[in-house]
Design a protein around this ligand. Structure first.
Ligand code: FES
Length: 183
């Protein structure tokens, strides 16, 4: 006796649903390891490359208390997409120690357009050779005709128990009167 049509149609539907569910579950289960792998693979791209923060710059004895600025490189660990580099140059600072015991730190980058500021021993001031911005020893603008929109960027500085000078290193946006941390 032939099977009723409605029974065969029901079997076909159940078979299709079973296959469909198996396919969907298989696809989801297959995506889990792919997603986990991608997370591990792309993770380094999300890491920050430390170019700001407290950095040990120099031994305290390396800086005479004669009020003359000295330039020191800033070395820090950097992380790019997949590698870590130890003690790479990330910038430079001028440190100055006065006979009265004041300690000052200035970022060497000119706030006009990112040139590197020189210290001139003769006139005892700073000069950016790119467009001749002139700064006093404390970083303030010394010549009103200077194109720099603000003085040199002062940084937090302290002497720690390891007898070293630590600077909170940070770059700032150029061409703006406000001191805005660079991204
Ligand atoms: S970049 Fe220093 S004066 Fe222009």
């Amino acid at each position: 006796m032939p099977e009723p049509l409605h029974t065969r149609a029901g079997d076909d539907r159940r078979g299709f649903l079973r296959k469909f569910c198996a396919t969907v579950i298989g696809a989801v289960l297959g995506l889990v390891p792919v997603g986990a792998g991608l997370t591990v693979f792309l993770d380094p791209l999300r890491r920050k490359s430390g170019t700001s923060g407290w950095v040990r710059v120099a031994a305290f004895e390396a800086l005479p208390n004669d009020g003359i600025p000295r330039k020191f490189p800033v070395l820090a660990d950097r992380v790019d997409a997949w590698n870590k580099f130890y003690r790479m140059p990330v910038g430079a600072v001028y440190l100055r120690r006065t006979p009265e015991g004041r300690l000052e730190a200035l970022n060497v980058v000119c706030p006009h357009a990112g040139g590197f500021v020189d210290y001139l021993p003769g006139p005892n001031c700073f000069l950016c050779p790119l467009h001749n911005s002139k700064f006093a020893l404390d970083g303030t603008i010394a010549d009103p005709s200077s194109p720099a929109p603000r003085g040199m960027d002062a940084l937090e500085v302290e002497v720690r128990s390891d007898k070293a000078i630590w600077v909170k290193f940070q770059n700032f946006q150029s061409a703006t009167a406000a001191k805005i941390p660079a991204a």
